[in-house]
Ligand binder design. Structure first.
Ligand SMILES: *[C@@H]1O[C@H](CO)[C@@H](O)[C@H](O)[C@H]1NC(C)=O
Ligand SMILES: *[C@@H]1O[C@H](CO)[C@@H](O)[C@H](O)[C@H]1NC(C)=O
Ligand SMILES: *[C@@H]1O[C@H](CO)[C@@H](O)[C@H](O)[C@H]1NC(C)=O
Ligand SMILES: *[C@@H]1O[C@H](CO)[C@@H](O)[C@H](O)[C@H]1NC(C)=O
Length: 380
């Protein structure tokens, strides 16, 4: 159409002789240009690599994207800041957005979201820094602390600026589950996060990052502790008013320190059915943070649960609280004992690697723990 417009405008100066040749000549010129451009671009890609072209382009254009995101980038890059003023209701709604097409239209590198549920400081942060070093593309960090707590991390720290808008939460109460959902929801806003691990300030990693990443990536199951305890501290906490939505045969108990994949994380944040029931009928001495997620997921997705936690904790000393380890407990034998001596199912096979994290470690354990890293007992 356009070429005809040009011919009409140019019609006046055209001699009868050149009339049949002009369009042909333009066409030939056009094809010649096409060939030249293809050759140039193939040459450039071959010699400088697509990647370097793309990186130079994106680094040049980044400021523009951030001011006015127009392309796909707007949907796939993580939020610039974790600060937002969404209410929980708004946040959970936003976090429940799910793409319906399964394949991502770009090379997505799945990340692990490490979610720290703390009162305030992270005394073992230097240990975690060693663990994370060199794996920046494969993880993101989220911290939920008391709202009054002012973090002191330097800008060079992996923990810098990773606090999410938080609220007071109490052990054994629904406010604790709400904090966990708030962590999940904030982490879901980054579409690259594929696995979500809940940790406390007293947790440590037992293996190096690449090992943890592969163990979780290759697992067919999510590591949510869920077991049917028929005694007074299990089924004994069930309230019949929860039926028929929650049948006692599906009532489960588990430690709150879970790992879930993106799909289960969304199941947890989108829940409006079980939440009110648990909030109403599971109150101390029913400790809701031990029952809500394990029971709800057993009802909705039992076949993808490993039914065990990947965070080791020592209840052998008895009492209401697990053992806390300090300076004098940290030895090579200690880690051999914690990492060995278990068997469990991993992808339906017997495995001797059953836990990837351990708790509880007191601040006094930091120095000997760092020595364990230096002496390669902990191989971060
Ligand atoms: C959040 O902040 C925006 C302006 O930045 C304001 O319009 C909105 O009302 C605020 N929302 C809440 C829930 O405070
Ligand atoms: C719980 O489920 C069992 C079968 O799985 C059924 O027989 C029983 O009636 C259910 N209980 C309630 C309270 O719905
Ligand atoms: C976990 O328990 C559920 C029943 O609650 C079961 O269906 C599922 O297969 C178990 N998972 C594994 C890995 O055994
Ligand atoms: C795992 O080991 C136990 C013995 O400890 C054995 O009874 C069981 O059959 C094994 N399971 C698998 C899947 O190999």
């Amino acid at each position: 159409m356009q070429s005809r417009g040009v011919t009409l405008e140019e019609g006046k100066e055209r001699s009868s002789q050149s009339k049949p040749f002009r369009p042909l000549r333009l066409l030939v010129l056009f094809f010649a240009l096409c060939v030249v451009f293809s050759v140039i671009s193939i040459y450039t890609v071959k010699h400088f690599g697509i990647e370097s072209m793309v990186t130079t382009m994106s680094s040049n254009f980044q400021p523009c994207y951030y001011e006015e995101p127009g392309g796909l980038d707007k949907w796939i890059r993580p939020p610039l800041s974790l600060i937002h003023n969404m209410s929980d209701k708004e946040l959970l709604w936003r976090a429940s957005f799910v793409p319906r097409i399964k394949d991502y239209p770009y090379p997505r590198i799945p990340k692990i979201a490490f979610m720290f549920l703390t009162k305030g400081p992270l005394p073992l942060a230097p240990l975690w820094e060693r663990f994370f070093k060199g794996h920046e593309k494969l993880f993101s960090i989220y911290i939920h602390s008391l709202p009054s707590y002012q973090p002191q991390f330097p800008p060079s720290s992996v923990f810098y600026g990773r606090q999410i808008p938080s609220q007071v939460s109490e052990w054994g109460r629904m406010s604790m589950c709400d904090a966990e959902r708030r962590l999940l929801a904030n982490a879901l806003l980054d579409i690259s996060n594929e696995w979500f691990i809940l940790l406390s300030e007293s947790c440590i990693p037992l293996y190096k990052f690449s090992f943890v990443y592969h163990y979780i990536m290759k697992s067919k199951h999510s590591f949510m502790g869920a077991f049917d305890d028929r005694g007074p501290f299990g089924r004994g906490r069930y309230n019949e008013n929860m039926a028929p939505l929650v049948n006692i045969t599906k009532w489960r108990k588990g430690s709150q320190w879970f790992e879930v994949n993106r799909k289960l994380a969304i199941t947890i944040v989108e829940d409006t059915k079980f939440h009110p029931i648990f909030e109403r009928y599971c109150r101390p001495a029913c400790y809701v943070d031990e029952h809500y997620f394990p029971t709800m997921l057993t009802i909705q997705a039992a076949n993808v649960l490993a039914n065990r936690s990947i965070t080791w904790v020592d209840w052998s000393r008895g009492g209401a609280h697990p053992a806390t380890f300090g300076r004098n407990d940290i030895t090579e034998e200690f880690f051999n004992r914690v990492r060995g001596g278990h068997t469990c199912l991993y992808n339906n096979r017997n495995s001797s690697v059953c836990v990837l994290f351990a708790r509880k470690f007191a601040p006094s354990s930091l120095e000997p723990l760092l020595q364990m890293v230096d002496s390669k007992v902990l191989e971060y």
